[in-house]
Structures are given as structure tokens and as C-alpha cells.
Design a protein around this ligand. Structure first.
Ligand SMILES: *Cc1c(COP(=O)(O)O)cnc(C)c1O
Length: 447
């Protein structure tokens, strides 16, 4: 047997090396050791095949790189300069730190999640969410599941299995990765009845499609695109008035605009006031809370949902419940949701931040430009929020710069537009701004 490469250090020694030791708390001691072993095995194999030797510094760098790859597969914090305030790939809305802090105790102690304190026996889960949502939207009752897709799935499974659901051809949408309205319907066992055309659907289109077997009419927010020009669709009120009382009107509102936070968006409150039977939306879009699917509406229709066996499959845990409750409490007490607070900052405010970031950077390469942002998160798909961006032009490759910023810690995610890198400021707080300034000067310094 060939002798081992005398240059290869011992695993135990490597774990203690300060360059590698830091990974222990980021990816665990177990995965650190595994990465060390994998790299050492590779080096041994290379040495046996080619006789190639490596320096200790190279060994450390290779292990460091392997650990970094693992670390970066975690949901790490990033600096969102993408131009989209609520970006599904970047975790949608950031939760307010005050909300997080407020529920720490409830999540690190035993809690009365399903315990009736007065009776001293098993009680109802999530009981406060209903009165909170009622206060914010006027709903009689509320239920919460893990996301909006789950909310629709539960409602359709309970009320439309083997029955017909009427949907406008203009609303058979795909939202984000893999959420298609016709597919959710099919999975739930409901039968899709398409009515109208892509651009025009009238009340008569809906009423003509009603049969003995019709369970409900589903209205879906288009979320990520807009129809313009010759278009027509009934409002929820017109639809409710035109349909026989036995037909439920279910609205997938999507964005979670509860009241009138965003002009031009029909809010959850409005849909309910117009007579919608049930409205569903995501908790982590405009509402600015955790990933959750909120269901609000008529007590006789919403309350039974939590008795369906599927609710047991889709129900959220105490962390989600407590965070969502706290977000709603804060909003009832006048606090804006985090995405709304960011969206409402003035361009002047952003300009101060932008000038701070670029001061000291090479002015030939960075300029502050007006650049409108989109809100994202399934709201106002073709409207923009006035905002600013740092436009970076580089004599070298923009791709290299993009890559550098993306591999910095925390990574900076911008957007390439016409050979420039645009770093949108509308989603940054002051701490992000400082980090961005630092990363940018490093990246430009050695591009
Ligand atoms: C975002 C969105 C969904 C999906 O919501 P999730 O919470 O991601 O499941 C469904 N419908 C509409 C209209 C949406 O905007």
C-alpha cells in the first residue's frame, strides 16, 4: 500500500483552525467534520493519481469553500435591491422585529395552544385570530392554514368536491412557481366550469353556467399581470346580486390588502362588504406577517372548515399563530406592516440614504437615478412605487460585479438592466444601506 501524503493534516487539527472553527456554529460540527473528510479524501485521491501535492493554505481554502456552499444553502438574510418589495424568492415580507420579540416567550415555554383556561380542558386553537380579523376586515369569522394555496384547497375540498366551480377564463391564472388555479381545483375534486373569455366575462356568463350541481363561483385576483383595453368583469357586489343565494362566492384576494392600504386594490374588507361568502389571502404579502393562508367570511361557512380532516393536515403551528396574532394586534394599534412602511417612504428620504451609500465611491461608476419599484406579492401588477436606484456601470464585466455582490456576506441581490447593475433602494433599511455601501466599495475596488 502506498504511503499517505505526509502533507495532509489531521482532521482533529483542522477542526481547531480558526478559519474553519467558525463554521461549527453555522453548519454544525458534524457537517464541518464531514466537509473536512470529503476534501481530504479528494486530495488523497488526487495525490495517488497524479502525485499532486497541495499547501496547507489550499487545503484550508477548499474546506472553507465546501462549508460556505453548505452555509449558503440556508435561508440566509440578503440585501434586497431587486426592485421588488415583496419578492417570493427573497422570502416575501420581512417580519417586524417587534412582532418577533413579542412572541418569544410563547414559543420558548409551554403554551395554552389548545387549552381552555376557564374549563381546564382541551380548548380551541387560534381563538383570538377571529376577533382580530373581524376588527380589521369586518369578517364574521376567520381560520388560518399554512398558505393561501392550502386555504383554497381546504375550501374547495369541503364545499365543492364532485361539484362544479365556475371561474372566468380571464382568471385561470398561474401564480409564481407551480400554483395554477385549474390544477388546485382538480386536486380538490372540484369540477372546473370555465365561463366568458380572456378579456370579457359578464354576470350573465356566470348565471347561465349554473346547474343543480354548482357549488360556488370562484373569483381570483390576477396577481402578477394586468388586463388592459377592452375588458369587462363584474364586481363582487354585482356578482353576488346576480347569483342565487345558494351559490357561494369565494374570492382569492391574494395580496392581503385588508382595508385601503393600496389605492386601486380591492381590499378584503370591500369584498366582504360586497357580500363575498369567503375571502382568502396570504399572510406574508402586503399584510407583512408570516407565511400563512388566511380565510375570512361568513361564520356558517368558515367555522366548519376547522372540523374537516384536511384542516388537521394544513393547520399552522404555534409559531405561526402567535406571530400572525401579534402582527394583527400591532396593526390594530396603528403600526403599518413592514412592506407598507417601506413603500410609503418618500423619494427624498431614499435620496439621503442613496447619497450616503455612494459617497466615497467612484462617481464615474455609480449614479443615483430615479427608478420605480414594483410592490410584488400579487398586488398592483402593473403599477409602480416611485423609488431610486444606484446605477452601477463598470468598465469591466457587469456579470463579475453581480457575482461578487451575490457572493458577499450577506449577499446583495440587484437587477441587471441594459448593461448596468441597478441596486434599488426602496426595500433597504439603514443597516442594509451601510452593508451595501461597504460591499459596493469592496466590489468596485477590485472589479
Ligand atoms: C400569492 C397568491 C396565491 C398563493 O399564495 P401562497 O400563500 O403562496 O400559497 C394564490 N392566489 C393569489 C391570487 C395570489 O396572489
Amino acid at each position: 500500500m502506498k504511503q499517505d501524503n505526509p502533507m495532509i493534516p489531521q482532521v482533529e487539527k483542522l477542526i481547531q483552525n480558526p478559519q474553519l472553527k467558525v463554521w461549527e456554529k453555522e453548519i454544525s460540527r458534524h457537517l464541518l467534520i464531514k466537509s473536512i473528510r470529503t476534501v481530504l479524501d479528494e486530495i488523497r485521491t488526487e495525490w495517488k493519481l497524479t502525485g499532486a501535492t497541495v499547501t496547507e493554505a489550499e487545503i484550508l481554502n477548499r474546506i472553507d469553500g465546501a462549508c460556505d456552499t453548505l452555509y449558503r444553502s440556508r435561508p440566509l438574510p440578503v440585501i434586497n435591491c431587486s426592485g421588488v418589495l415583496i419578492h417570493t424568492n427573497l422570502g416575501r415580507a420581512p417580519l417586524d422585529a417587534s412582532v418577533w420579540d413579542a412572541v418569544k416567550k410563547a414559543n420558548t415555554r409551554y403554551v395554552a395552544l389548545e387549552y381552555d383556561m376557564i374549563q381546564g380542558k382541551r380548548g380551541q386553537r387560534n381563538a383570538l385570530l377571529s376577533p382580530l380579523f373581524s376588527a380589521l376586515t369586518g369578517a364574521e369569522s376567520a381560520a388560518v392554514v399554512n398558505n393561501n394555496a392550502a386555504a383554497l384547497f381546504l375550501i374547495l375540498s369541503m364545499y365543492a368536491k364532485n361539484r362544479e366551480v365556475i371561474v372566468s377564463r380571464g382568471e385561470l391564472v398561474q401564480i409564481g412557481g407551480g400554483f395554477r388555479i385549474p390544477e388546485i381545483l382538480e386536486q380538490s375534486g372540484a369540477r372546473l366550469v370555465e365561463v366568458g373569455t380572456t378579456n370579457v366575462t359578464t354576470c350573465e356568463d356566470y348565471t347561465r353556467a349554473i346547474t343543480q350541481n354548482t357549488a360556488l363561483v370562484l373569483k381570483v385576483h390576477r396577481s402578477n399581470f394586468a388586463l388592459r383595453g377592452f375588458t369587462c368583469e363584474p364586481t363582487t357586489r354585482e356578482l353576488v346580486e346576480a347569483l342565487p343565494g345558494r351559490i357561494m362566492v369565494l374570492v382569492d384576494q391574494g395580496s392581503g390588502v385588508l382595508d385601503h392600504e393600496i389605492p386601486g386594490e380591492v381590499s378584503v374588507k370591500e369584498h366582504l362588504a360586497h357580500g363575498a361568502s369567503i375571502v382568502t389571502f396570504s399572510g406574508d404579502k402586503v399584510l407583512g406577517s408570516v407565511q400563512s393562508g388566511c380565510i375570512v367570511g361568513k361564520e356558517t361557512l368558515v367555522a366548519p372548515l376547522i372540523t374537516h380532516p384536511l384542516y388537521r393536515v394544513l393547520r399552522p403551528g404555534k409559531t405561526i399563530v402567535t406571530l400572525l396574532e401579534q402582527t394583527l394586534i400591532n396593526q390594530l394599534n396603528g403600526q403599518l406592516s413592514s412592506p407598507m412602511r417601506m413603500a410609503q417612504r418618500s423619494v427624498d428620504e431614499l435620496r439621503v440614504m442613496g447619497e450616503n451609500i455612494i459617497s466615497g465611491l467612484p462617481s464615474a461608476q455609480v449614479t443615483l437615478v430615479e427608478a420605480p419599484m414594483t410592490l410584488g406579492g400579487g398586488s398592483t401588477p402593473d403599477e409602480f412605487i416611485p423609488s431610486l436606484a444606484i446605477k452601477v456601470t463598470s468598465h469591466n464585466s457587469i456579470d463579475v460585479l453581480v457575482q461578487k455582490l451575490r457572493s458577499s456576506n450577506p449577499p446583495v441581490i440587484g437587477k441587471v438592466e441594459k448593461n448596468s447593475l441597478m441596486l434599488y433602494l426602496g426595500a433597504l433599511d439603514n443597516q442594509d444601506a451601510e452593508i451595501l455601501s461597504h460591499h459596493l466599495s469592496v466590489a468596485l475596488g477590485d472589479v
